[in-house]
Each structure stands twice: as structure tokens, then as C-alpha cells.
Write a protein of this length. Sequence first.
Length: 115
Amino acid sequence: MYALHTNINMTEISVSARIPEEIFKELKTFMKEESLEKSASIRKLLTEGLQHWKEQRALESLKEGKVTFLKAAEMAGCSVWDFADLVREKGIVWIKSEKFIHSILKRHSDETSCF
């Protein structure tokens, strides 16, 4: 559902890491099933893992009321529409109550007040 964003002009760096043999066996299975070489497989899995982490971090921040919906979508690296789908899929309740809404509106009006 979510596309991985790649930049053709991206500068690549070499990273070395030791992994357990069991994970390497799983990586080899992934490589075979995806018809990818080792480096491409690792890049793909790392990119997908980081995207998942960004989405989870954004969802949690939104759920806790730490960020606005727009900021959470930005944190997740998604469009507002894709993030709305993700919020709906995960069943995240981000508007807690009428009191919560009024506090946000009051805070916003206080920040934009000219007097």
C-alpha cells in the first residue's frame, strides 16, 4: 500500500554489520524469493523497516496528543491521505474528547491573536 521513496541521485555509503546466522538464512530466502542480490535485499529491508518505524512513531505521537495530524503525517513520510488510511487501519483514536478539541482551538486562537 505504501510506496518506498527512492532518490536516483542518492549518495550511498557502505555499512558493515554482524548478524546472527539465522537472520542470514532468512535473508538468503528473501533474496531468492525477491530475485535480488544481497546489497539490494538489505537496502530494501532496511528502507521498509525504517518506514515502518517512522509510521509507528508518528502514530504513537498522534495518539498521545504530542503532535497534530499534519505533523504526524509528515513524521511518517506519508501524504495526509495515506496517513489517514493508516490511522483508520490501526484504529487510532486521536481526538480524545470535546474538551480536547476546545483546548486545541483555544491554544490556536491564543497563538494567532493580534491583541
